[in-house]
Design a protein. Sequence first.
Length: 202
Amino acid sequence: MKKSSTIEIVVSTMNEGIYRVLENFKLYLVEDVIVTIIHQITDGRQYSVDISGFRYFAYFETGLPTSRNRGLEHAIGDILIPTDDDVSFDVGFCHAIRTAFEKKPDADIITFKAKTLDGAPYKHYPDRDFRHNWRTLLRVSSIEICLNRETFIASGARWDFDYGLGAAFPGGLEVVFLQDCRRAKLSIYFEPSFIVCHPAES
């Protein structure tokens, strides 16, 4: 992965969540970073929004796995961050992500660390990097995942439409996704760097 790799944040949102995305994610409209919005509309409204600087795609459908796969269809960056509309990114997240992929040129997916809004680790994380196995993948949260777009698309792996919010089974999306990626022989690593902030679970 080259040092100038383009990072693409692919954010899923629904209905009025679009206003939060446009306000909060404009911070990341900088050189070599793309922000792509997948806006699912289920309330029948026509949203008039200023999408200057963003890549924006609206769909009258529901389901987080559907949104994730739509994002993959439209993605153009070298490194993808599939994410949600209630997160923010840590200072230096671009450098941390690019450095990790440069250090592991065979990596197809790298998972990172998240923190809460008050700066505490979102969960317990190991102190060292490692290659994931089926057991360690069980602890990964969706907001911690970054993908090498080219090799991921070539693998044929996708988000399972049966799992995740708005699907038949509302939980387990990232677990099923990552285990499918492992079975597709993708190289998946953990890097002990913070890249994202998320409200603590209640």
